[in-house]
Design a protein around this ligand. Structure first.
Ligand code: NAD
Length: 267
């Protein structure tokens, strides 16, 4: 065990994202995976989830986790998991990187109270894919130069919510960057919903669900005689890992609660 490596615990380590994070942390030369938490799988070896040779067993937050002396916890669980895990981390001085989605405004307020920069910091990001963060940033830059915009998000056929959180956030960022949009000319609907859902700022969002896809989004802008399309594709869960590793490295240097990766990328 080397002292200068960042000591990481993964919460939700048996899950799809959690196990991918375990692999990424193990492959990062400046990090050490010191514990794995997943209460529904307590006592099961991490090997059973495709990450072999670590000798780690899935556990829960509490005294045995404290003994492992984690510095940063990465949470890809569910909303209830974040609520309890983050409290434990804040009280025990463990910085948190939270990727779990579905957090309410109240949850965000609680996190900002818990992570006041005194004992621990937290970073919450609804999308760790650096390309998706760039897509939203570029969309906000483009918005004032166009009269029309629409968003198409495309996901795998197991996604139960629509539209995606990233599409909603993209619309919000575009709406904040410009309010000058041409009115929708549609007067007659042959099919209900043909113009998509109305996102923030009235921006239409269209959701496609298709077997074989992972997570994709197109932001379309139009003005006289030209259009601009900004597209991002996540082909598998490894697309989120550079952003997660960046957050693990940076969270301890950013007092309090940080939302999104934008400031880490210099935006
Ligand atoms: P999953 O169901 O495969 O994994 C969740 C895991 O958390 C399960 O193994 C479960 O047993 C475990 N768990 C439940 N309660 C727990 C607790 N209290 N403490 C620790 N572990 C607990 O789900 P997934 O596909 O890995 O997604 C997890 C979350 O990550 C979802 O909210 C998803 O929307 C989000 N997500 C975020 C990003 C991003 O970039 N921010 C990307 C993909 C997925």
């Amino acid at each position: 065990m080397s002292d200068d490596k960042i000591r990481v615990v993964v919460m939700g380590a048996a899950g799809r994202m959690g196990s991918t994070v375990c692999r990424a942390v193990l492959d990062a030369p400046d990090m050490e995976l010191v514990a794995v938490v997943d209460p529904p799988h307590e006592g099961e070896p991490l090997d059973d989830f495709g990450i072999t040779g670590t000798g780690l067993t899935l556990g829960q937050v509490g005294p045995s986790l404290k003994k492992a002396e984690p510095q940063v916890a990465v949470d890809f669980t569910n909303v209830d998991g974040v609520r309890s895990n983050s409290r434990w981390c804040a009280l025990n001085g463990v910085h948190c990187v939270i990727g779990t989605t579905g957090l309410t405004a109240g949850d965000m307020q609680d996190l900002s109270g818990l992570f006041d920069g005194e004992r621990a910091n937290a970073l919450v990001a609804p999308n760790f894919a650096i390309g998706a963060v760039l897509m939203m940033h570029l969309a906000a830059i483009a918005a004032p130069w166009f009269e029309s915009t629409e968003i198409i998000e495309l996901h795998h056929d197991k996604k139960i919510d629509a539209p995606s959180g990233t599409a909603m956030l993209t619309a919000q960022r575009i709406a904040e960057a410009s309010t000058e949009w041409a009115p929708d000319p549609t007067e007659k609907y042959v099919l209900d919903g043909a113009r998509g859902g109305e996102g923030p700022g009235g921006i239409p969002i269209h959701s496609v669900r298709l077997r074989g896809l992972v997570a994709h989004e197109e932001v379309l802008f139009g003005t006289t005689g030209q259009s601009l399309t900004i597209r991002h594709d996540s082909y598998d869960r490894t697309s989120f890992m550079p952003g997660v590793l960046l957050a693990i490295r940076e969270v301890m240097n950013r007092p309090g609660l940080t939302v999104g990766l934008d400031s880490l990328l210099g935006f």
